[in-house]
Design a protein around this ligand. Sequence first.
Ligand SMILES: [Zn+2]
Length: 197
Amino acid sequence: MEPNIDQLRKNYEQLDDQKLIQLATEKATSLRPEALNVLKTILKERGLPDSILAGINAQFKEIKESDLLEYTELIRKLPCPICNSSNEKLNATMVGTVISFIVMTQYKKELIIACPNCLDDQNKRAMRKSALFGWWGFPWGIINTIQALIFNSRMKKQNRQSEANDLLNDFVVERIGRIEASRNNVEELKLIIKYIR
Ligand SMILES: [Zn+2]
């Protein structure tokens, strides 16, 4: 049975501000309309900023190309979360790293947003690390290490694209609510790209 309004209210009231904001800016479209209304009421009661409401609305809007460009630029103009430089616009890469343990091989992929130089470094580091620690697991260590070397060099090709690459565009689309809610708050925007979730 779905919880009624009172139960919803009780559930949401137990959440701290941080969790409420997370729910509002990341999961608004997954809530039933009455749940969303309760959430909006509680946000208002707690005196949380209107930008969070804008973050909710952004998730329901169809994203036009011009909107996407605007959000992407907000992200690209931030200082690099790795070297702190603002010389070049940021982009995204996926880093694939293979590490073998005694009988186990782990192939991990991670999204990173940074300036082109740092992105290149991250791909190169992953290749070095995989070549050192990945290959000796049998048979997956060898197979995955070869895959990772190919994967990183393919990803690296997108690092110096002058426009936002597909990885960055996807990242932005999936986080429209959070970015809209933080559009006037550089420190918040920095957190979104530094601790990717
Ligand atoms: Zn950098």
